[in-house]
Design a protein. Structure first.
Length: 176
């Protein structure tokens, strides 16, 4: 029996189509035809492996570059503040991890009662209630809440961090 049975199979991997070619070659027929089919199958497998490798590389999570500021500030807090220090901030995940300090969450994810006051624009409530030793302030927070006289009387800037040419990307305030 002369002939070739070839089955093509498209595989979906990580949300993108990967050209996969797996075939079954029924031995028989002309040697030249078998060589051509085997060469085509081999080329398909090689090309498919390049697609697969590219897709796997695309699936590696990439950290957003602006998150580096939180890692940098967290490491600075770890090296320059007492272990017992409390740190208040709006973005707490990376700061908490790298600073190894108790975090006061200005958004209310860690301390849920904060969210109730934040919805009412009572942004000083969290500071008055928890009185953090340090505050990690981003420019928007610094302009809105940090400019309040209550904050100005009780906290002072101790360290600024630069990101992408912005010398005030983050500011660490310390309770006076």
């Amino acid at each position: 029996m002369d002939g070739v049975v070839f089955a093509g199979w498209g595989v979906v991997f990580g949300g993108s189509a990967v050209a996969g070619a797996f075939g079954l070659l029924f031995l028989g027929g002309r040697a030249q035809f078998r060589t051509w089919v085997a060469g085509g199958l081999a080329a398909s497998l090689v090309i498919g492996s390049f697609y697969l490798a590219g897709d796997a590389a695309a699936q590696i999570p990439q950290q957003r570059p602006w998150l580096e500021i939180y890692i940098t500030v967290g490491k600075w807090l770890d090296a320059n503040t007492p272990l017992s220090a409390t740190v208040g901030a709006e973005e707490v995940g990376l700061l908490g991890y790298y600073s190894n300090r108790r975090i006061i969450d200005f958004a209310g994810l860690i301390q849920p009662e904060v969210a109730e006051h934040r919805v009412k624009s009572e942004n000083l409530w969290v500071l008055q209630k928890y009185n953090p030793d340090y505050i990690v302030a981003m420019p928007a927070w610094l302009a809105a809440v940090g400019a309040d006289p209550w904050v100005q009387e009780r906290y002072e800037s101790v360290q600024k961090f630069e990101l992408y040419g912005n010398p005030d990307a983050a500011t660490v305030l310390k309770r006076k």
